[in-house]
Design a protein around this ligand. Sequence first.
Ligand code: AMP
Length: 260
Amino acid sequence: MTIGLIPTMGAIHKGHTSLVKEAKSHCDKVVVSIFVNPAQFGENEDLEAYPADEEQDVRALTSVGTDLVFCPSSCEVYPEDFSTVVSVSRLAAGLCGPFRPGHFEGVATVVTKLLLQSLPDIAIFGEKDYQQLLVIRQLVKDLNIPVKVIGAKIIREKDGLAMSTRNQYLSPGDRLIAPELNGILQLVAEWVKAKPGDCESICRLARTKLLEKGFEAVDYITVCDSETLEPLKTYMGNAHVLGAARLGPARLIDNISIRK
Ligand code: AMP
């Protein structure tokens, strides 16, 4: 019997249920964990406000064939004398890293625990959190954790907005602006293919355009190597464009692959 694990923070939406469907095509039994991990939230972030409805989550997960939902408590995950941190240096250093100090260490630590507790055959993570996916691949490789990590495609609303729990924070006005993040990433991909040597100036222009559309701040729009996440000056064929921007109380992230 093969087992697949999908770590989540709950507030289950179609992005999450797509991971369950993907897992079911790879293994016999699917386990979903729900844990709002305090260690990955910064001091001024939305830990207290993060939506939680365990009953509804379990209903949504079982309706798509989840076999087991694991909802540990905070003291079960982090007993009082908990002292270990898993830190992935290179991949976590850029992009969201400087804007969310400690975030990837929190993610890496809890995911390491969840993988070792359940020792699944596979674990599925969404490409929506592309940097997170690469950080997890790296830690699994470095720590010889015997689990195959699978990335699953981003599920989007009809207007292109990547589905996310944090979309709930958007006001109706901001919800109309939000898909512009995906729109600009698509434009960057087109522009970069037309002018491969101009990645930096194209990203500068994209940041300005997002501010003009109504985003309050743009943390980054960057063209990066798809494997190392090194920012690129020149596009050579294996790249992603990644972006993070703030809209009202929400911080939205998105990415797309740039193909020749
Ligand atoms: P979260 O509950 O936000 O921590 O997400 C749990 C998992 O679901 C992570 O692997 C995310 O990358 C993935 N995920 C979240 N939103 C989406 C989406 N729109 N499409 C695909 N995967 C997603």
